[in-house]
Write a protein that binds this ligand. Structure first.
Ligand code: GLU
Length: 421
């Protein structure tokens, strides 16, 4: 058995499987499966040496059936239209499973941001928003951070959009700095959600988290805080991998996650990090196959495939990333009884707090971090309960259950809105 590495085809395969479980008609499928709108634009910038740099920018609005499109912007050399389509598709169902009143969108620029100076990065971010200013907006499509984009980039984008429209429009984007209408708790939100997912599953499985071990692939915003929350809950973190390699240990206390985060804050990546008892395996991908109870893939798509699925030893996989497991590998793991908290549920804490940020921007009234975390915990716990209920009732995987819950909500909204002529 081989894997399809096209993210959109994989996303659609998940949808088709869930549509079959629900017995959807061809008409119903056609109404909600394909993206609503795709915009592709040339993004020119002036490089520091005076040259013109040309990049390709993409924004996909998969669905606005339940509310404005919502989803991040990714800067990465491997961005492609199919990848952005898949990510926008997952956003639709992520918002629906969390039951927040938003649709799904995603953006991307095909660029290696490491090849840009800070000034070039700012130019690219501002020009992206300018090029897409007709299709995005606080009631239309609200971007956010994703791989290689952060609060500073959101600030430049908000500034560009606001200056062009003549109004102060913080609700046009989320994941902003706190000073510009960002929400307390947003930075850690995706990981806090991943942690809530792990906690709820541990409860369900009768596990004591402080006796468990974990490995985390990816040490960006999602992976680092997910590792930290697990570490703080007493989970022994045996392995962490980032772009510079994998860092593993056999020691009883596991990796020192706060120390590793501090290293990244100073150096950008884990490159050069050393500590007693920590070794670096030749193959960074081996972090996925470690002998641990919990695995958190928090990097990119298609990391767990039919090639390594049989070697995975974790009993619980919490998908911090979007689409880290191919459909064929997903089936192999499910048949082996591995519990997988699917991306559209597991990493929905980020977009949930983005929604709360947007709500605060619309009110012009800001909540304490405690209030934000409480609201988010309630939304996520409700979503996890519902997905577990449907999974037990229909005897289907958590992924299929999440899609069943989400598809029903999107379909219902589409059908009630009806057809305009
Ligand atoms: N990029 C994040 C995701 O994939 C967050 C999106 C958002 O906050 O809109 O869920």
């Amino acid at each position: 058995m081989s894997d399809n590495m096209n993210a959109f085809q994989n996303a659609v395969a998940q949808f088709d499987e869930a549509a079959k479980i629900l017995g959807l008609s061809e008409n119903q499928i056609n109404l909600i499966k394909e993206p609503q709108k795709i915009t592709i634009s040339k993004i020119p910038i002036r490089r520091d040496n005076g040259d013109v740099g040309i990049f390709t920018g993409i924004r996909v609005q998969h669905s606005t059936a339940r509310g404005p499109a919502k989803g991040g912007i990714r800067f990465h050399p491997n961005v492609s239209l199919d990848e952005v389509k898949a990510l926008a598709f997952w956003m639709t169902f992520k918002c629906a499973v969390a039951n927040i009143p938003m649709g799904g969108g995603k953006g991307g620029v095909i660029v290696d941001p490491k090849s840009l100076s800070p000034h070039e990065l700012e130019s690219l971010s501002r020009r992206y928003v300018l090029e897409f200013s007709d299709v995005i907006g606080p009631d239309r499509d609200i971007p956010a951070p994703d791989v290689n984009t952060n609060a500073q980039i959101m600030a430049w984008m908000m500034d560009t959009f606001s200056l062009n429209k003549g109004d102060y429009l913080p609700a046009m984007i989320t994941g902003k700095p706190i000073e510009l209408g960002g929400s307390l708790g947003r930075k850690e939100a995706t990981s806090r959600g991943v942690f809530i997912g792990v906690m709820k599953m541990a409860e369900y499985l009768g596990w004591n988290l402080s006796e468990k071990t974990a490995a985390v692939q990816g040490f960006g915003n999602v992976g680092s805080y997910a590792a930290l929350f697990l570490h703080e809950a007493g989970v022994t973190i045996k392995g962490i991998a980032d772009i510079s390699g994998a860092y593993v240990t056999d020691s009883e206390q596991g990796l020192n996650v706060p120390e590793m985060m501090a290293w990244v804050a100073d150096h950008g990546t884990l490159q050069g990090y050393t500590a007693e008892g920590v070794t670096m395996p030749d193959d960074p991908m081996s972090v996925l196959e470690m002998n641990v109870d919990i695995l958190v893939p928090a990097a990119l798509e298609n990391q767990i495939t039919t090639r390594n699925a049989d070697a995975i030893k974790a009993q619980l996989i919490a998908e911090g990333a979007n689409g880290p497991i191919t459909p064929n590998a997903d089936h192999l793991l499910y048949e082996r009884g591995v519990h997988i908290i699917p991306d559209i549920l597991c990493n929905s804490g980020g977009v949930t707090v983005s929604y709360l940020e947007w709500v605060q921007n619309r009110m012009g009234y800001y909540w304490t971090e405690k209030r934000v975390n409480e609201e988010m915990t309630e939304i996520m716990s409700g979503a996890i309960r519902e997905v577990l209920r449907v999974s037990e009732e229909r005897k289907i995987s958590l992924r299929m259950a999440a899609f069943v819950v989400a598809i029903q909500r999107v379909l219902k909204a589409s059908e009630i809105r009806g057809m305009y002529l």
